[in-house]
Write a protein that binds this ligand. Structure first.
Ligand code: MN
Ligand code: MN
Length: 498
């Protein structure tokens, strides 16, 4: 029997909806799960997915991608790649394999809800494939990470990390639960598919794949690109939705979803990507700076996409561009200082050559960050690594769940944005984080940051060791990735002149 071409049956098949007889439409698609914006059903019926695929085609393509990724893995394992890799690159791998899989899993679950609750057949169809994509991403990264467990037990965090109360996990969970897990189909799709996947995953997977290839890690490079081909397909799910929102007079609502999700994702990515690209990546292998990658993949492209969809840049664009200059530097410094609180080995890597590169890419870096690093270096040269570990806790943002940081001097950017709400004081790192809270206080008000949990006695015993234990890192926290060998050039000369 001859098979029909996909184009001959697809539109009819995916629009085959039924009319519910035993429950009402509202019971079948409750607002809080489906569409609180009440977009007309005829618009949902006309939802035209930008990318059409049938199951047999999908399986064939995905099988080929997996076969490619897994064969490179086998070859590199035979060559003992991971065990012999540069310590900075090993830290990147540890961070990536332990932080990313559970976010992939969250995305898989979100697409599952779209498959059930989207009111358009086209969206449900694409979302089914999106779910399968994300399960593949979660599984491949768990598997690739675990393959190196014999070389580094920190990789065990790939599975256990998401169940822990480590501060870095709390931040990621708060962000992605907010945008992916706790909203209706329309809101989650615009926030996740558009603000997170369209804006940021190119940076995560394409830019990083370029770095990986330069480092000689073809395994990492190859599977990152195989993931991105899925992301760029399923991210398109939100495009017809935004057009429907704009057409039905809901542009402001769509814009607000973007403004919230873009900022939330940005702050997480500044740590997840900014720190590795500008500090962990061995200098001679760096493709470009984090800021340069951001300017190309996020700033220029995302702005253009917003424009095409009839939306505007987020209202805080100037604040964001300024954040791009300093936020990830402060986080890299802070995370290195508080290295006993994380499960991977942070990289300082601010030897004379690295500092020269940072100054070139971020003019003013030495004046802004160098003086603090000078003190760290002096202590290390004098043989006092213990003096480089802080004895206090940072103030954490009640939105991003990251340490509140800034730059003293001119302009003075170190500031806590506070808000008193129902008898509780909340601290925020920026005006934008506070604004997000104010949009829907009931959504966020009960959450306790890692520091709140310590101060209010959730953490017991209320001691530094108790806190480390609560975060899952007592006696197994991060160490300097290079065991301080990067300090060598400074011995005998505090300025590192050769
Ligand atoms: Mn994914
Ligand atoms: Mn995705």
């Amino acid at each position: 029997m001859a098979l029909l071409e996909r184009s001959e049956w697809y539109d009819l098949a995916r629009q085959t909806n039924w009319t519910p007889k035993y429950v009402t439409e509202e019971e079948l698609f409750p607002d809080e799960m489906a569409d609180p914006y009440h977009l007309p059903q005829e618009d949902w019926d006309a939802y035209d997915e930008p990318y059409k695929v049938a199951y047999s085609e999908y399986v064939k393509t995905q099988r080929e991608k997996d076969a490619g990724a897994y064969s490179v893995k086998t070859a590199l394992e035979r060559a003992g790649y991971y065990a012999n890799a540069n310590p900075g690159w090993q830290s990147i791998q540890t961070l990536f394999y332990t932080a990313v899989p559970f976010i992939e899993y969250a995305s898989g679950s979100m697409f599952g809800r779209f498959t059930r609750f989207a009111k358009g057949g086209g969206m449900r169809n694409m979302a089914s494939f999106g779910s399968l994509d994300e399960m593949r991403h979660c599984q491949i990264q768990l598997w690739f990470g675990y393959a190196n467990l014999k070389h580094n037990k920190q990789l065990d965090w790939a599975h256990k990390g998401c169940h822990s109360n480590n501060w870095a996990v709390i931040g990621a969970r708060h962000t992605f639960d907010d945008i992916e897990h706790t909203r209706d189909v329309v809101s989650s799709s615009i926030m996740t598919n558009l603000a997170f996947e369209t804006a940021f995953t190119n940076l995560q997977f394409i830019a990083f794949a370029a770095d990986a290839a330069k480092e000689g890690d073809y395994n990492f490079s190859n599977f990152l690109q195989s993931i991105q081909t899925d992301e760029s397909r399923h991210a398109q799910i939100a495009f017809p939705l935004v057009k429907m929102m704009v057409k039905n007079g809901k542009k402001d609502e769509a814009q607000k979803l973007i403004d919230i999700a873009f900022w939330r994702t940005w702050r997480q990515f500044a740590v997840l990507m900014g720190m590795p690209m500008d500090y962990y990546m061995p200098l001679e292998k760096r493709e470009r700076s984090f800021k340069e990658f951001m300017e190309e993949w996020v700033v220029a492209q995302f702005e253009r996409q917003m424009n095409d969809l009839g939306l505007d840049r987020p209202w805080y664009w100037d604040i964001f561009l300024n954040d791009l200059e300093y936020f990830h530097h402060s986080q890299a410094l802070g995370i290195w200082l508080w290295r006993p609180t994380v499960w991977w080995n942070p990289v300082a890597c601010v030897g004379p050559k690295e500092r020269e590169w940072l100054e070139k890419k971020y003019p003013g870096w030495n004046d802004t960050w160098g003086t603090l690093w000078d003190t760290v270096i002096e202590n290390l040269v004098a043989g006092h690594p213990e003096m480089t570990i802080p004895e206090t806790l940072p103030i954490m943002c009640n939105m991003s769940q990251l340490a509140i940081t800034g730059v003293p001097g001119k302009p003075w950017t170190l500031k806590v944005f506070t808000l008193d709400h129902e008898g509780r004081r909340y601290n925020f790192g920026t005006e934008v984080d506070r604004w997000i809270f104010q949009q829907e206080p009931d959504r966020y008000k009960r959450h306790l940051s890692a520091i709140d949990r310590y101060v209010t006695g959730v953490v017991q015993p209320q001691t530094p060791e108790g806190m480390l234990d609560y975060m899952g890192v007592l006696n197994q926290g991060g160490q300097d990735a290079y065991d301080y060998s990067w300090v060598e050039p400074y011995r005998g000369s505090p300025q590192g002149a050769e």
